[in-house]
Structure formats: structure tokens, C-alpha cells
Design a protein around this ligand. Structure first.
Ligand code: GTQ
Length: 344
């Protein structure tokens, strides 16, 4: 493609005349906003090590009481987007949240969608619209847009979880805001589907009545399915998707969630795709290659990869490795922007 004229090629007087009228010439910026053949991502390939985050998070617990933090979170910020912008990718926000014994993070609801993936600790819970969801290691808990949620902790040890939100996109759209509320009474309504057991109340249940019929995805169920799949399909990569059990669609509207099992000594090569991705180790250890960058990942480490990167996930250990994945595919598919390419 032709090299286009630069800003410096125009007389300063002309530029000043334009700017004074809130006008800019397109051609000096055309190749930046429409680069040839693939985007130029700000998202950098990056790893956050849990053993570096954890002491700093525990220190945050000493430095800032929960009442002064509301949510005690260290944000996993990608320097490619500017740390202050608190983005892992252009769509995905990641945070590590700490709740100490007997602490309570008050009820609120906001427009961005969130999920929690429990990293460490027992006996914390998130109450979502009156439904108390227990938080055990590896569980995925949804707190979708507009639903009231608060976090509590009945145990004795600190609990840490990974927050994944679509905050960067919702904020960019000038659609991000929060409403504070009071402690939610926990509802013990029998008239709710029990999807983990495959059961719904027969006479009162209207399918697809709610956008989010399932709020907690227990890790033990997900792990067992991965193990069973690995036995059944001895060749193919083993991956499961977190879906809305009534529609079979992605469990949230903007970010997609899945889990992958790497068998001992298995390598999975992902096809480059238009959506950025996040990887978090639930159990085991793996090596990740993102284009030319190489990282070792241990339990609770988190990585992000930009769009169209070539990603290899390698398990060199003799134990299976379980990886939680977040990606931007749902929003890109809805907008007609999603594509997958062959590896080169
Ligand atoms: O737990 O509700 O990491 O509102 C960022 C914003 C967590 C939460 C975050 C939030 C929350």
C-alpha cells in the first residue's frame, strides 16, 4: 500500500486553521486506524505471577481496611494500554481480590458484567440477587450486568479470587456506572432451576425467562467433565465452554469463558483469532508461547495474549493441567468481527 503524506507535510498554518474548527485531515492517520491485513494491538503478551501478587495483596489487607476499599483489588494492568487505564485487553479487565476473615464487601450493582474465578481460600460467598453462591477453588460465579452482588466471608483464612469484567469496553462506551445498596436478604426460594443437578421446577419454570439462569459453575463438575472427555477422545484437545444451560449460548454477552485440560506432556497449538485471550492456571503447570515470547505458568498465574497471536500451550509435567480461559469472542461474533486464521 502507498505511503501517505504525513502531518509534517502540511503547512502549520493550515493545520492550525483546521484544528481551530475541530477538523483533522484523515490521510496522516489512515494507516494507523486502518492498518493493512491485521490490527496493531495495544495489548501486549504478558504474565502476572501469583507468587508476586499474593504478598502485595496481603499487604493491601494490612494497609487498607475493607470499609475504605469497598473492593480490595489489585488490577492486572497491561502496560500496552497504559497501567492507569486498568485493562488486560481492550475489552477485558482482570483483578485479584482479597477478602479477609469475617470481612464483607457491600452490595452494589453495576452495568459491566463480572465473573469470579476462585483462586485460594474457603468459606467466602457471593450473594447475587439473594442467591448465596459458595466460593470454592476453581468455581466460576457470574455477577452479570445489573444484578445486585456482595461478598462475605465466614472462614478464618484469607480468600482470593480473580475478577474478570468487561469494564474497559463498557467504560469506553460511556455506559459504566454503579449503584450502592443494602445487605441482601438471602432467599431460600425453591422455585429456581438446579442446573448443576439437571433439574427445574416443572410447573413454574419458564425457559429463557431470565438471561442468567445459572450463577455458579462448580469446579468439581467442570474438572470431572474434562477428565472424562480426555479419556473418551484421546487425540483431540479437551475444552469445555461455560454456557447458559437454557440456550446453550455463551454464559455472558461480551466475554466468553471456557476451560482447557492439557494432558501430561501435551501441546495444544491454538489457531490465531481476532479476539484477545486470557489464560489462568486452575491446577497444574504449563508453558505458554505467545508468538516469540515464552513463559512458565504455575498454579494461579495469569497470562494475556493479543489478537491474532500464535499461541502454544505446553504441559511438560506428568500431571494434567487445567486452564481457565476468557476471550472476547462473544462480543466480536455479535458485531460480525470474529475470525480465525490458519497458523503459519
Ligand atoms: O467485586 O464487585 O475487581 O465491582 C472491580 C469492580 C470487583 C466486585 C472488581 C467490582 C468488583
Amino acid at each position: 500500500m502507498e505511503q501517505l503524506a504525513r502531518l509534517e507535510d502540511l503547512p502549520p498554518r493550515y493545520l492550525a486553521d483546521l484544528n481551530q474548527r475541530n477538523l483533522v485531515p484523515l490521510w496522516p492517520s489512515l494507516r494507523d486506524v486502518l492498518p493493512p491485513l491485521k490490527p496493531i494491538p495495544k495489548t501486549q503478551a504478558l504474565v502476572w505471577k501469583f507468587n508476586e501478587i499474593k504478598p502485595l495483596l496481603i499487604e493491601a489487607g494490612e494497609l487498607t481496611p475493607i470499609e475504605k476499599a469497598e473492593r480490595r483489588v489489585l488490577v492486572l494492568a497491561n502496560p500496552g494500554h497504559g497501567l492507569e487505564n486498568m485493562r488486560a485487553t481492550s475489552v477485558i479487565y482482570l483483578g485479584m481480590q482479597l477478602l479477609l476473615a469475617k470481612e464483607w464487601a457491600p452490595a452494589h450493582r453495576h452495568t459491566p458484567n463480572a465473573v469470579r474465578l476462585i483462586v485460594e481460600g474457603e468459606k467466602a460467598y457471593t450473594t447475587v440477587e439473594g442467591q448465596k453462591c459458595e466460593m470454592s477453588h476453581g468455581d466460576l460465579i457470574l455477577t452479570p450486568s445489573g444484578l445486585w452482588h456482595e461478598h462475605g466471608h465466614d472462614g478464618d483464612e484469607p480468600v482470593i479470587w480473580l475478577d474478570v469484567l468487561d469494564l474497559p469496553l463498557v467504560y469506553y462506551m460511556e455506559a459504566s456506572y454503579v449503584e450502592g445498596g443494602d445487605c441482601q436478604p438471602v432467599q431460600r426460594i425453591a422455585n429456581k432451576p438446579r442446573y448443576a443437578a439437571g433439574l427445574v421446577p416443572k410447573h413454574h419454570h419458564i425457559r429463557a425467562d431470565q438471561d442468567y439462569p445459572m450463577l455458579r459453575y462448580p469446579w468439581q463438575e467442570a474438572k470431572q467433565l474434562l477428565i472424562d472427555l480426555a479419556h473418551e477422545h484421546t487425540q483431540a484437545p479437551v475444552q469445555i465452554a461455560y454456557v447458559n444451560p437454557e440456550t446453550g449460548e455463551d454464559c455472558q454477552k461480551i466475554i466468553g469463558y471456557s476451560a482447557l485440560m492439557l494432558r501430561p506432556n501435551e501441546t495444544v497449538q491454538l489457531q490465531p483469532r481476532s479476539a484477545a485471550m486470557v489464560f489462568h492456571i486452575i491446577e497444574g503447570q504449563a508453558h505458554i508461547k505467545i508468538d516469540e515470547k515464552n513463559y512458565d505458568l504455575e498454579k494461579a498465574d495469569t497470562a494475556c495474549a493479543p489478537c491474532f497471536s500464535q499461541i502454544d500451550l505446553i504441559n511438560t509435567s506428568s500431571e494434567p493441567c487445567f486452564i481457565f480461559i476468557a476471550d472476547e469472542a462473544p462480543i466480536q461474533k455479535k458485531l460480525g468481527l470474529y475470525s480465525v486464521r490458519n497458523r503459519i
